[in-house]
Design a protein. Sequence first.
Length: 114
Amino acid sequence: MKIKDKLLVVKIIHSIIWVFYNMVIFYLLYAVIANKIDRWVWICVGLVLLEGLILVLFKMFCPLTVIARKYSDSTKDNFDIFLPNWLAKYNKLIYTSIFGGAIVILIYRLLTSD
C-alpha cells in the first residue's frame, strides 16, 4: 500500500471516530437538557472519559494522529482527518467545553431530582 493510501485510510478511520464521538457528546447534551438520565448517559460519560484518558496517555494527541504523522509531514491541523482546518485546530477545546457544560447540567439534574 502506498504512503498516500495509508494516510487516506487513517483519515477515514479518524473521521468516522470523530463522527461517533460527536453523536456521543451531543446525545449526552440532549439527554441532560431533556432530563432523560439513563444508562446511555453514563455510557457516554464513560466513553468520553476513556477518550480523555487515551489523549493524556498520548500527550494530548490522538493515537491516529501519531500514526498519520508517519505518512505526512504536513503542518496543517487537519492533515489526519477530514475536517476544516479551524475545526481540527480547536476540536479539543470546543468538545471539551460542550462536554463540560453537559456534565454541569448532569450534576444539576442529579442534585435536583426527586
